[in-house]
Design a protein around this ligand. Structure first.
Ligand code: AP5
Length: 218
């Protein structure tokens, strides 16, 4: 595979971050997560983080212009030249249109999207048990994928924390915002014949296998 732009599309908790990290580490492409970039910006308390924090805490999307600037810069980086996994971007029609324009500017092929499908009750149970390493961002689950030592990341020894936007009320709002603003992207990529869908239920290995097949890498 070379020079592909693969979008992992799906609701909060579908496993986009888990799978993007696995696939990226196997093939050496960067895993570009706008959520991770924004959380790092919030932790650094710079201008982007201060602008984004309130939206994220409420489960709302950060305004498109902020995200578009961030992606433009990240996609121009040297490590993005070979191919990338996009996780959490695009998530609105203007973001998807901007990505198409940017890929033309960069002389790259059009992006392909893979929708990870998971039923709503499973999404809620995944989000309520999620733990994330505050140092390396590795993702765990209290029941389905626990760390070897409680509260400590297996990969780097960092502290595991619950994301503030995984509080039950915020999760409900995030799912509503997904339905309203991101679900229309399914039709956007379907119309361009650039969408495939995989079942997100099963072990992480099973889901990785389905994703690899969907993107022609197996
Ligand atoms: P973001 O960080 O992108 O969050 P999200 O899209 O809501 O997705 P999540 O990270 O919650 O879920 P995921 O699908 O990655 O699942 P995961 O792999 O962690 O965005 C956060 C916020 O930032 C947004 O609300 C918004 O405010 C802002 N933002 C970000 N991008 C933006 C943009 N482009 N525009 C505007 N605003 C933006 O898995 C979930 C759990 O399930 C884990 O515990 C995991 O261990 C478990 N799990 C994974 N796979 C399996 C499996 N196969 N079986 C059982 N459990 C599993």
């Amino acid at each position: 595979m070379n020079e592909k732009t693969i979008i992992l599309l799906g609701p909060p908790g579908a496993g986009k971050g888990t799978q993007a990290a696995r696939l990226a580490s196997e093939c050496g492409w960067p895993h570009i997560s706008t959520g991770d970039i924004l959380r790092a910006a919030v932790a650094a308390d710079g201008p982007l983080g201060r602008a984004a924090k309130g939206y994220m805490d409420r489960g709302e999307y950060v305004p498109d212009p902020l995200i578009i600037d961030l992606i433009r810069e990240r996609m121009a980086a040297a490590d993005a030249k070979g191919g990338v996994f996009l996780d959490g971007f695009p998530r609105t029609p203007p973001q998807a249109e901007m990505l198409d324009e940017l890929l033309v500017e960069l002389g790259r092929s059009p992006a392909e999207a893979v929708l990870v499908e998971v039923p709503r009750d499973e999404l809620i149970s995944r989000l309520s048990g999620r733990l994330t390493c505050e140092r390396c961002q590795h993702i765990y689950h209290l029941v389905s994928d626990p760390p070897r030592v409680s509260g400590i990341c297996d990969a780097c020894g960092g502290k595991l924390v619950q994301r503030s936007d995984d509080a039950p009320g915020t999760v409900v709002r995030r799912l509503e915002v997904y339905d309203e603003k991101t679900a229309p992207l399914i039709a956007f990529y379907e119309e361009g014949k650039r969408l495939s869908a995989v079942d997100g239920i099963g072990s992480q290995d099973q889901v990785s296998g389905r994703l690899k097949e969907a993107i022609g890498w197996s």
